[in-house]
Design a protein. Structure first.
Length: 192
């Protein structure tokens, strides 16, 4: 038997119903049998208060703990932490290099006939400027019957440049261009 048992025994005013609570009733009768020794137990008579608390401590706890109250302080703290984490994530995301899809394209432009000035045709084609478009090396490739086509390499950012739109712009040079075609295309993923 310990002091905490005595404290609980004193807190219970009447003996528990043995039919409803047989174990508690047996415990109660056991502790009651040692009633003459309750005062002589070692330790403080307030030892049970550490476990069950005193009436004054219970009143203080009731004032401090509001089980159904608002958690405004906790909510504000949680929001502050969340905002800090989102800001840190955005900074980390911005610092991370962005992956950009670029394509290396071999573009072919066919003239009307063998009398077309290929230097002027190339000059006209290279005059097209678009954001994300970089013209590269070019060469004249024989087709047949003395006709040569312009084969030019270009690099495009896939998000910024549409090859269909580029072909439409090349087709606007009606005096030089019969048709244009994408001969080859290689896609690369690069970090910016």
């Amino acid at each position: 038997m310990v002091t905490a048992d005595v404290h609980v025994f004193k807190a219970i005013s009447t003996a528990p119903d043995a039919s409803g609570y047989p174990h508690v009733a047996r415990w109660f009768s056991h502790i009651k049998s040692y009633a003459s020794e309750h005062a002589s137990l070692p330790g403080s008579s307030k030892a049970g208060e550490a476990f069950f608390g005193s009436a004054a401590a219970a009143e203080e706890d009731e004032d401090e703990v509001d089980l159904f109250g608002s958690d405004e302080e906790e909510d504000a703290e949680a929001e502050r932490i969340k905002a800090e984490r989102v800001a840190a994530y955005n900074i980390k995301k911005a610092a991370k290099p962005k992956t950009v899809a670029k394509s290396v394209v071999t573009f072919e432009v066919k003239p009307w006939d063998d009398e077309t000035d290929m230097a002027e045709l190339e000059k006209a084609v290279r005059s097209i400027e678009m954001e994300g478009l970089v013209w590269g090396a070019s060469k004249l490739v024989p087709i047949g019957y003395g006709i040569k086509k312009l084969q030019i390499t270009l690099v495009v950012e896939d998000e910024l440049v549409s090859l269909d739109e580029l072909q439409e712009k090349v087709a606007e040079f009606e005096d030089y261009v019969q048709s244009s075609d994408v001969a080859a295309m290689q896609i690369c993923l690069l970090e910016r």
